[in-house]
Design a protein around this ligand. Structure first.
Ligand SMILES: Nc1ncnc2c1ncn2[C@@H]1O[C@H](COP(=O)(O)OP(=O)(O)O)[C@@H](O)[C@H]1O
Ligand SMILES: [Mg+2]
Length: 335
């Protein structure tokens, strides 16, 4: 039996109070926990609801009802394939990067871009906010974007430039981007935990956390705080995965790097966040600057089903672009 939702049940359960066993008091408690929609509740865990003082039995009942009255169960791989057909792809604006991904960033999983300051992480995030609004046949998701900014680097002016370059109405484009600045890691967690209603009401198909790790890195110092930091990061990323699944959205996080001394090869560059971030990001890119001005190199380091590879792209006034023939020629001359 597949996890297909019963359409009748789904129709009845538009809001939390429609779910069997959910009265106004329970609905209020669920909302306080950040579960404002039936969709987000469908990917909740019983433990999370218990934290709000909802008994285990009731929690199980509520989550099951939100899933459309069906229990999650084992399915055949061909059904899994059918579920994967729902996955959409979002173009990065660079054909070279899209080719590494066989089309673009996938919905329902997290894609991570890590790299040094100025390597183009935030520029890619800006471009994705615009691209998400393109129709499907142009590599978009025909939806809006949610941008959680922790470093105060989001610039509406950049989005306007990129939108104009793609022939979109910039005023429309900026209206479809919901922006929030996170002041510290707790605020960042809170914003995401309460994002479900905004995502649903605004047809959000792209959720960005830029940067995922900056606040955590500066607030949790020293070894004794590491375990707590990792635990919080883990929960935060899982919330992000579940939102991306519930709303068939692309999730993107950026990450900084640190240099670790390496015995044989000098300093090696490592992304922040250790195993937790590495294993929770399904697709991981390492971005670096090249010696040639606006050119950047994106290395696909890990993906569940694609080989590693590298692509060269450009950050220009128009956004993320592919190299021109002249760029390629110049590159060959320099080699
Ligand atoms: N308007 C622009 N025109 C051309 N290049 C730009 C423009 N804005 C930013 N860039 C390029 O993007 C770089 C910043 O990239 P960014 O994505 O902010 O880096 P980070 O990886 O730190 O997030 C700048 O150093 C510059 O090379
Ligand atoms: Mg940045």
């Amino acid at each position: 039996m597949a996890i297909e939702e019963d359409p009748k049940q789904k129709k009845q359960c538009e809001i939390l109070e429609d779910l069997p066993g959910v009265g106004p008091a329970t609905a209020q408690r669920l909302k306080e926990l950040g579960f404002n929609t039936v969709e987000s509740l469908a990917t909740a865990t019983v433990k999370e609801l218990e934290a709000a003082g909802i008994g285990e039995k009731k929690a199980l009942e509520v989550v099951r009802a939100a899933r459309g009255g069906m229990e999650l169960s084992f399915i055949h791989a061909d059904e899994l394939l059918k579920m994967r057909e729902k996955i959409l792809r979002l173009s990065t604006g660079s054909k070279a990067i899209d080719a590494l991904l066989e089309g673009g960033l996938e919905t329902q999983t997290i894609t991570e871009f890590y790299g040094e300051f100025g390597s183009g992480k935030s520029q890619i995030c800006h471009q994705l906010c615009v691209n998400a609004q393109l129709p499907r046949e142009r590599g978009g998701l025909a939806g809006g974007a949610l941008y959680i900014d922790t470093e105060n680097t989001f610039r509406t002016e950049r989005v306007i430039k990129m939108a104009e370059h793609l022939g979109l109405d910039p005023n429309e484009v900026i209206k479809n981007i919901i922006f929030a600045e996170a002041y510290n890691s707790d605020h960042q967690i809170l914003l995401l935990n309460n994002a479900d209603k905004i995502i649903k009401e605004n047809n959000i198909r792209l959720i960005i956390v830029d940067s995922l790790t900056a606040h955590f890195r500066s607030e949790y110092l020293g070894r004794e705080m590491l375990a707590e930091r990792q635990q919080k990061l883990n929960k935060h990323m899982h919330k992000l995965i579940r939102l991306s699944q519930a709303f068939n959205a692309v999730a993107v996080v950026t990450n900084q790097v640190m240099a670790k001394p390496d015995v044989f090869f000098g300093d090696a560059i490592h992304p922040i966040g250790g195993h937790i971030v590495a294993h929770t990001s399904h697709t991981r890119f390492y971005l670096r600057k090249s010696s040639r001005g606006p050119l950047r190199i994106a290395r696909l380091e890990s993906s569940p089903a694609l080989p590693e590879g590298e692509a060269v792209f450009k950050v220009t006034v128009n956004g993320i672009e592919d190299l021109t023939e002249d760029d390629e020629l110049e590159g060959r001359r320099k080699r």
